[in-house]
Design a protein. Structure first.
Length: 236
């Protein structure tokens, strides 16, 4: 088993006033040659958007883009004709494929919006762009690995053009559970949303990221009440 630890305080940070963004991997003006990607995981941004502010229309192509709201709402509009608002407890995915344009903003005048935006390189390039949004049953995350994303259209959660599986977990203190790899050769990037956990005995705290590869099983234990995101992804 091989691992790499990204402590919360080693992330890039860009505070634009209307946007306070933390980058686990090189993004925009923050570049770290040792932190460009982990396998097919290219971007993990931890964003706080001020009330009434957001991202104007901008393009993407050949990227799987996953947005997970943590607090507040995010209004979305794109060149495919989709216009919707995603809320805490939702997950949204766009397969940018041959190219899309979209905008994202916080529609609330008095509340900030917090979210993760995650980019994965796709397995198949130049697909027809697609959009999907679902509301999760957050009770399924309690002391469980609740699947929120997979490569399979008929499976639980949203689906993307990549052999990746994402799970959200909400563990009580001292609860333990074992994760078994879905596809041989994949790696895992663990991101702690809140609280603290151990992964095979290795301690992680809030907003720490931990990359693991060359494994078959991982043992997760919550050392406090803890919420975390598991991203199983191809390494090449």
């Amino acid at each position: 088993m091989k691992t790499i630890l990204h402590k919360a305080n080693t992330r890039g940070n860009a505070n634009h006033g209307w946007l306070n963004a933390y980058h686990s991997f090189s993004f925009a003006s923050w570049y770290n040659p040792e932190r460009v990607q982990f396998g097919m995981l290219r971007v993990l941004n931890d964003d706080t958007i001020a009330a009434g502010m957001g991202f104007g229309t901008h393009p993407h192509d050949n990227m799987e883009i996953i947005t997970i709201p943590l607090e507040g709402d995010l209004a979305h509009k794109d060149s495919m004709g989709n216009e919707s608002t995603i809320k805490t407890g939702d997950v949204q995915v766009m397969s940018a494929g041959t190219g899309i344009q979209h905008s994202e903003f916080n529609p609330n005048a008095d509340l900030q919006t917090k979210l993760f935006q995650i980019w994965l390189f796709p397995k198949t390039r130049n697909v027809t762009p697609r959009y999907q949004q679902i509301t999760l049953d957050v009770t399924e995350q309690k002391n469980n690995f609740a699947q929120i994303l997979s490569p399979n259209e008929e499976d639980e959660g949203v689906w993307i053009y990549q052999d990746a599986w994402f799970h959200l977990a909400d563990f009580d203190k001292d609860f333990s559970k074992t994760y078994e790899i879905k596809k041989e050769g994949n790696g895992m990037y663990v991101f702690v949303i809140s609280g603290s956990i151990t992964v095979n005995g290795h301690e992680l705290e809030t907003r720490d990221g931990y990359g693991i590869w060359n494994f078959k099983k991982l043992e997760f234990t919550a050392t406090t009440d803890a919420k975390f995101l598991l991203m199983e992804i191809p390494m090449e």
